[in-house]
Design a protein around this ligand. Sequence first.
Ligand SMILES: Cc1cc2nc3c(=O)[nH]c(=O)nc-3n(C[C@H](O)[C@H](O)[C@H](O)COP(=O)(O)OP(=O)(O)OC[C@H]3O[C@@H](n4cnc5c(N)ncnc54)[C@H](O)[C@@H]3O)c2cc1C
Length: 468
Amino acid sequence: MTESPISVFERLVDAGPSTATRPTLDTACVLGGSIAGLLAARVLADHARRVVIVERDEVGTEGRSRAGVPQDQQVHSLLPAGRLWIERWLPGFTQEAQDLGAVLASPEQALTCFDGHPQAPGGAHALLGASRPFLESRLRARVLALSNVSTVRSRATGLLYRNDAVSAVRHTTGHGEEVLETDFVVDAMGRSSRLSEWVHSDGYDKPRLERLPSGINYASALFERSTQAEDLPVACSLVVYSPPYPAGGTGVAAVNAIEDDKWLALLVGFGEDRPGASVEDFRAVCEELPPIYREAARGASAREVVTYRQADSRRRGFTGLGRFPARLVSVGDAVASFNPVYGQGMSSAALHASCLSEFLQGDPQLDRQAGEFFQLQEVVVDAAWAVSAGGDAVRLDTENGVEVPEEVRQQRWALQQVIGATVVDGSIAKAFNNVSFMLRHPLTLADPLLLERAVAANQTALTGGATP
Ligand SMILES: Cc1cc2nc3c(=O)[nH]c(=O)nc-3n(C[C@H](O)[C@H](O)[C@H](O)COP(=O)(O)OP(=O)(O)OC[C@H]3O[C@@H](n4cnc5c(N)ncnc54)[C@H](O)[C@@H]3O)c2cc1C
């Protein structure tokens, strides 16, 4: 019997490190040393004699912003699935981050609102507040502390093959091209990875590229925080407005207490709406949001507002390719990069690493294309895509007046019932959060009993009664 996506997904979320004692690979090479590359390197360290990360930027463990990750000054929320998985693979990660100033917001310190209504308490997940460079630097410190993992500053430029399997990576350090012999390659070169073009020009099939317009405008601002994290009534918050509500058309706003006694705050607009491009504009919008946004934005500004526009969500399809090199996989944004407001990227990268671990522990046929890996990964990508692209499709269809088929209309109505009920019913908030935190598969929300409860909760709320 074929395993359901729900069960595959849960297995991957719960996966732990390998118990294998003998490496099956000699040299494994990871292209790109950001979040996805570092997590893949952690997995490979259990299976290879040595792991070499090829990263074109100068990277250290200081947590600085860098050119290769242009989004890194924007608010980044690490979902509970991503944090749990990192913790399982790098035990003590959360405590170390806290010791260096990151803020672990308790469930009581997390505020989520839909159209001005706070979500009912829904589950006991703590959320780690930190900047993206800080998270990456802490991961790097832990992964490079493994005795068999090292990093080379160089730009990967292509692959070499033997018997239709990758056998070496070409890379350039600026002093000419070098060749690194390897017996397994992981592409973690992010959204703009050139891997598809490389393999295609080498005579292999090109993975299918799918794009969905998202037209997202981010603006993140950094403010000084004078209140200690443990004394904050709210240390992390997400608010969503549909349609966009306050000044400048804010669709989503977020604020996180982070390291160095700072608040990192975010305003998001869609299409032509670009809220908060200057500190003054930013503060003006925050005045109209829940009190914690006002409080954060009244702190001294610690840098100019940084904006970022993302035109589309993208995914590349690696399953069902007729001809594709063996000993080669792709992870993280190189495979799929979503509408960032759903905060799925880093947790997806963690789950891709989990797929890699399961693949390598399963006695894989390394001289054939890594079909089993790509099938597992597709379950994770489909799940994240359903949440991100599903939400965008509703917004775009509504904006463009698109008539959708009856079946789609009913699915969207059902999801609206569930989302609506999260503000009045804690058990529905918990089911919804488990999906949005990537702990459970989105199909778990398609449960008729959950829908029945959501409809009843919404009706009770409308008539002013209490939810059973
Ligand atoms: C505006 C915005 C906000 C986001 N917010 C969130 C959030 O709240 N939560 C969340 O989980 N995710 C978020 N994401 C997604 C998140 O940034 C990524 O998913 C995450 O960084 C993992 O990406 P990655 O490691 O796959 O790729 P990247 O972080 O893009 O890194 C790719 C790496 O590859 C290197 N590289 C590229 N080409 C080469 C080459 N030829 N040779 C060697 N090295 C190379 C680059 O220098 C870089 O280090 C957001 C994204 C955006 C755009």
